[in-house]
Write a protein that binds this ligand. Structure first.
Ligand code: CEZ
Length: 794
């Protein structure tokens, strides 16, 4: 077996980075890390399988599976299989007459030592086998869609070793019209060429600029090469390819055959000698681009620093120093990294869903507020004059609304009023409110404020005779598509979210004295009451809030339902918008704890549906416990945590957050490393306990920005406001003290929060001076402060 070390460990790398290592490729086969830049995303699993997409200008692949693949958005629970695209190295030890492969696939032989190490800007493997020390590393560049690989092999013995090294990089099935590959000696690269298949004449011209080539270049000249996947494998299979049985690969091209990139490097290593290889792998439009990229990156030892500096830009505004290293490591390194990824590449989509785009950019308020500002303005510039917001935001002129963005959803106007507080709190940039912005259907600009009012008025207009919000073919829950597809069905969640959005906006207008008529604010405040009353009248059933009413008038998400009897979101948002009274909160918290809370976190509904419910829709067809059908859907869970903090249920909120953050102890259950928050963990805890808690391994999730907001503004209680930095920590009982640093408007605050039994209220000292009240209003950019916060022990 591989080794007796703990399954995984983590190491600090300087102040702002750490690495997490897995010491066994078998116990967590899907464990992976990801790297990105604005042009591409690479998810590498510990065994060498790769999921890689790049913008061409739409999301595309340059390394494919062995047959035609459906183009779709990035899916959760990605499954790997023998011929799944991968990045492998076969090593033939001629003296020992044996062949093995690293990092593990496809030969899967038990290696003497194995370490899969995920870092912020690099993923590496450190392997030992047959007294060879093998180090593999992959990283990206700051702008180009190309993978930079290095391989080092060191002879750990004093004897001379004769080995052959065969990098095997999957290219896969490229096109049903034309695909081929061969070695180009002037580029020292295997170049696979193809034609993106099409049938309409106009597509010929549209496709002319596409990168239809995939290349694999090296810094050493290979002794031989092989570009024909099937002939390389032959009868032996990937576990024991025919081509490796020969002295050399035979320089075999592919002619309308599935390509692969395999090179052969015969190497004699004297005792203790080592050899370094570098490889580039990626798409290209033509040979000139391949030459350009190989010149730019092969042998460029500065590329690593450039890329790590790029990723390091994603530092958040909070660092924690608690007695929980794993929590600190995640909050200080991996969480802001994942948040930066969302705001930097918008989930590698040219038409991100509007709700995702706005929430992901709420996260950028804590990293690069200007990016958030530009995103909010772009989103409003695609609003219609009637106030409606599109289902997706087009990020370039040729972009089109695709997949789910072609389905009308009713909630997109909610998110800016709800997320704006984070931006204004972090920047105080009220000038934005006066910025003139055009519309998608009018080039007469109106102010940011006016755009927000139009979106709120649109929400208020999209309600039925009971004052409840129409759900159309879905609200926050994308696949809840048949509740209101006849134009009658309503959503409890959206009605409550509309109420919360109105409340947030009114509070912002008051707090920042925005140029809004008092009568408008009064009207919105009245609508908040009206919406909350309407939900309580028609949708508080039994002891919790129902999920909605169908086109045929059936109230669902109640104790009358055998499946989907309680949904989490209506409860959370009823607490957020004030629709839930303290008495109601007591009962719904009881039911959430009893019916939805599990050791793996809080499920978004229960029991999961096990068959189609035609007046609810597609969500009920998803497998029980998967995604929206009753998983621990972290986006819904973080809404719950945030709502709990608004009512000072700090212990419950921290429990939800702790269960969300992947941890050391739970890795065998989740199957993932603590380097990102997945969009869900399997739910249906009482129906399918064996699979419960497994990670979806999908790192695209709206959870991140809300989790960060909870940690900064609630747990640490260091919230930006019009008056300055409001201080109101909400530590859970289990934390007696919490230290850290908070960056705020250019000031750096070293804070210590300590509980004090003798106190009945907050007491704080800035530079050892007692501060009256709970707000720090004279913090100067560029200055560093020491803040001592004493809070009552509740
Ligand atoms: O997409 C997410 C959306 O990106 O689903 C969330 C929604 O709030 C996010 O904006 C909840 O529905 O279409 C489907 O069935 C998919 O399940 C999508 O709904 C889902 C993708 O899996 C990404 O997670």
């Amino acid at each position: 077996m591989h080794n007796s070390k703990p399954i995984y460990t983590h190491q600090m790398v300087g102040d702002f980075a750490s690495t997490v290592s897995l010491h066994d490729p078998v116990s967590m086969p899907n464990a992976a890390g990801f790297l990105w830049n604005k042009a591409m995303v690479l998810q590498m699993n510990c065994r060498g399988y790769a999921v890689s997409q790049y913008m061409n200008p739409e999301p595309s692949k340059f390394s494919h599976g062995p047959n035609l693949e459906q183009k779709t958005f990035v899916q959760p629970e990605h499954s790997y299989f023998t011929h799944h695209p991968g990045r492998f190295f076969y090593i033939k030890d001629h003296d020992a007459n044996s062949i093995f492969s690293v990092p593990y696939e496809p030969i899967r032989c038990a290696l003497d030592k194995f370490e899969f190490r995920v870092g912020s800007s690099e993923i590496t493997w450190r392997i030992q086998h047959l007294d060879l020390k093998i180090t593999i590393a992959v990283s990206l560049t700051t702008t180009d869609s190309v993978e930079r690989w290095s391989l080092q092999i060191e002879n750990l013995t004093a004897n001379t070793r004769n080995i052959s090294v065969y990098p095997y990089f999957s290219i896969g099935y490229m096109s049903w019209m034309n695909q081929s590959a061969q070695f180009e000696s002037e580029l020292n690269a295997i170049v696979a060429d193809s034609v993106t298949p099409y049938q309409k004449v106009e597509q010929y011209f549209e496709n002319k600029e596409l990168k239809d080539m995939t290349f694999f270049a090296a810094n050493h000249t290979p002794n031989a090469w092989h570009a024909n996947q099937q002939e390389f494998e032959g009868n032996g299979g990937l576990h024991n390819p025919d081509a490796l049985q020969n002295a050399d690969l035979g320089n075999v091209d592919a002619r309308f055959q599935t390509p692969v990139a395999v090179m052969q490097f015969d190497q004699t290593l004297r005792g203790a000698q080592s050899i370094d290889y570098q490889f580039l792998f990626g798409p290209a439009k033509d040979h000139a681009e391949v030459a350009q990229l190989t010149t730019r990156y092969l042998g460029n030892n500065n590329a690593n620093n450039e890329y790590s500096e790029y990723v390091a830009q994603g530092q958040g505004c909070l660092t924690l120093t608690s007695d929980n290293d794993a929590l600190d490591d995640f909050v200080n390194h991996w969480l802001p990294r994942q948040m930066y990824y969302h705001g930097d590449v918008n989930r590698l989509s040219s038409d991100p869903q509007t709700r995702n785009y706005i929430q992901d950019n709420m996260g950028m308020c804590y990293i690069k507020p200007n990016v958030a500002r530009d995103a909010f303005v772009l989103a409003l510039s695609q609003q219609k004059l009637d106030g409606s917001m599109p289902d997706g935001i087009l990020l370039h002129q040729d972009a089109e609304l695709k997949y789910i963005n072609q389905i009308p959803h009713s909630d997109h106007c909610v998110w800016l009023p709800v997320c704006l507080a984070a931006y204004l709190g972090e920047t105080g940039d009220t000038a934005l409110m006066e910025l003139g912005i055009e519309f998608s259907d009018s080039n007469i600009p109106q102010s940011f404020v006016a755009h927000i009012e139009l979106s709120l008025d649109w929400l208020l207009g999209a309600r039925d005779h009971r004052g409840l919000s129409f759900i159309e073919q879905g609200d926050w829950c994308d696949p809840m598509n048949m509740v209101g597809h006849k134009g009658v069905g309503v959503s409890a969640w959206l009605t409550l979210a509309t109420s919360y959005a109105l409340g947030c906006w009114c509070d912002l207008c008051d707090e920042y004295q925005l140029a809004v008529s008092p009568s408008k604010i009064n009207h919105y405040r009245e609508m908040v009451q009206a919406l909350n009353s309407a939900v309580n009248k028609h949708l508080f059933v039994g002891e919790w809030f129902a999920r909605g009413i169908t086109d045929h008038g059936r109230v669902f998400g109640t104790a009358q339902d055998n499946e989907g009897e309680i949904f989490l979101n209506p409860q959370s948002w009823a607490m957020l918008c004030g629709a839930a009274s303290d008495k109601q909160i007591t009962t719904l918290l009881k039911h959430i704890t009893n019916k939805l809370m599990t050791p793996n976190g809080v499920m978004m509904l229960a029991p999961s549906y096990t068959s189609m419910v035609e007046d609810i829709g597609r969500v009920t067809q998803k497998h029980a416990g998967v995604a929206e059908n009753g998983s621990v859907y972290n986006h819904a869970a973080i809404f719950y945590a945030y709502s709990l903090y608004q009512h000072d249920f700090s212990d419950l909120a921290f429990e939800v957050i702790e269960k969300m953050i992947p941890s050391l102890g739970e890795c065998l259950r989740t199957g993932q490393l603590p380097v990102y928050i997945p969009n869900y963990y399997r739910g249906a805890f009482h129906q399918y306990p064996r699979q419960a808690g497994r990670s979806s391994h999908l790192f695209n999730t709206g959870t991140i920005s809300w989790l960060y907001r909870c940690l900064v503004e609630e747990l640490c209680g260091l919230k930006g406001s019009a008056k300055g930095l409001l201080v109101a920590p909400k530590l859970p009982t289990k934390l007696t003290t919490l230290k850290g640093q908070r960056r705020y408007k250019g000031a750096l605050i070293d804070f210590v929060i300590t509980k004090d039994k003798s106190l009945s209220g907050l007491k704080m000292y800035l530079e050892n001076q007692l501060v009256e009240g709970d707000c720090l209003s004279d913090l100067n950019a560029g200055c560093r402060y020491t803040l001592t916060i004493n809070i009552p022990e509740l």
